[in-house]
Design a protein around this ligand. Structure first.
Ligand code: F6P
Length: 366
């Protein structure tokens, strides 16, 4: 049994990180009699002069409903270098981090993060250091787990935003566009669109056409609904075109919502407004489901370590927490199945994805 384990959080934050930290500490200390060290600012905390904090049942008391991470996080670090578009893991920082872990007396790690952070965690495992990963992505796009914590809270927030946009859209007869997170996948847009009664949902998996968007707006107009609510994932793209970035380097997505708003005004002559929900989806308190999922992940991660597992990630599959190899966890992204049930349901109830084919079908019908 390990005497002392470390825990760190990496990548963008998500509501529920503190729930996981609390459960890891309570389980490690209370159930297994281990000591727990919190590593600050992701893997950066074990480089150079280490910055860590001792975590006890007392220090994690009261953090369950708190947003963010008490340990701090970093998006990119010195552990990954891109070589010809592929991530490589230089030996120097990993060697330095392993030496620091030894000095600190940390014998195993629980790593909370998305694809990038977990790929670094796997490098520690490959060098013989025991590691268990906990999946974290607000976009819910890790293939190995059915759900990640924070995602349900993000849907709640996006749904509330859509509800609020609904009343102002209806009052002004406007087209309101809500831009939500979702780099490669449209899970937040699709689920919030269903829960928040969107009329059009634009997601990366279904390239859209503006002709089709305009047709839906006109169809609603014809049936007496003079307003339209649209939810668009930040990574959504027009058929034949690329994503829209908010920075010159093409690293940060953003701007698709305003582009949609602008084109709608041009094509329909209707007034349109865009709201970018951004980091409101990631900040603040986790909902009950995410607290519960985060707690379950945290406790199961420590149990896995205590039972001698390493190089694994806890994952939710068929309602149960299991462990899967980290290599498998990082390998595939989970995209929205375009012929799946959720998309089908949305279409059944009259929501448009504004796919280019839909525009042709409508033109033929008229
Ligand atoms: O990958 C999660 C995510 O929230 C994306 O949806 C978004 O594009 C990105 O992170 C934002 O990152 P940052 O916090 O660096 O702005």
């Amino acid at each position: 049994m390990y005497k002392q384990i470390g825990i760190l959080t990496g990548g963008g934050d998500a509501p529920g990180l503190n729930a996981v930290i609390r459960a890891v500490v309570r389980t490690a200390v209370g159930e297994y009699g281990m000591k727990c060290i919190g590593i600050e600012d992701s893997f950066d905390g074990i480089l150079g002069e280490p910055h860590t904090m001792t975590l006890t049942q007392k220090t994690v008391s009261g953090i369950l409903p708190r947003g963010g991470t008490i340990l701090g996080t970093r998006n990119r670090g010195s552990f990954v270098k891109m070589v010809e578009g592929k991530p490589t893991f230089p030996d120097i920082p990993i060697g330095e981090a392993l030496a620091n872990l030894d000095i600190l007396g940390i014998e195993a790690l629980v790593v909370l993060g998305g694809e990038g952070t977990l790929a670094i965690a796997e490098q520690f495992h490959k060098r013989g250091f025991p590691v268990i990963g906990v999946p974290k992505t607000i976009d819910n796009d890790l293939a190995a787990t059915e759900l990640t914590f924070g995602f349900m809270t993000a849907i709640d927030i996006a749904t509330e935003a859509l509800d609020r946009l609904h009343t102002t859209a209806a009052s002004h007869d406007r087209v309101m566009v809500l831009e939500v997170m979702g780099r490669n996948t449209g899970w937040i847009a699709l689920n919030a669109g269903l829960a928040g009664s969107a009329d059009i949902i634009l997601i990366p998996e279904i390239p859209f056409s503006f002709e089709s968007v305009a047709q839906k707006v006109f169809a609603r107009e014809k049936s007496g609904s003079r307003f339209t609510n649209i939810v668009v994932a930040e990574g959504a793209k027009e058929a034949g075109k690329g994503e829209i970035y908010s920075d010159a380097e093409g690293l940060r997505l953003g701007g698709i919502g305003d582009h949609v708003r602008h084109r709608i005004e041009e094509l329909t002559g209707k007034e349109s407004r865009c709201v970018v929900l951004g980091h409101l989806q990631r900040g603040g308190s986790p909902n009950a489901f995410d607290r519960m999922l985060g707690t379950n992940f945290g406790a199961c991660a420590v149990r896995a370590l205590a039972e001698g597992e390493t190089g694994k990630m806890v994952a939710l599959q068929a309602g149960t927490i299991i462990t899967v190899p980290l290599s498998e966890a990082c390998a595939n992204i989970k995209t929205v199945p375009v012929a799946g049930q959720l998309v089908r349901t949305a279409r059944d109830i009259g929501i448009s994805f504004a796919a280019a084919e839909e525009a042709k079908a409508v033109s033929k019908k008229n």
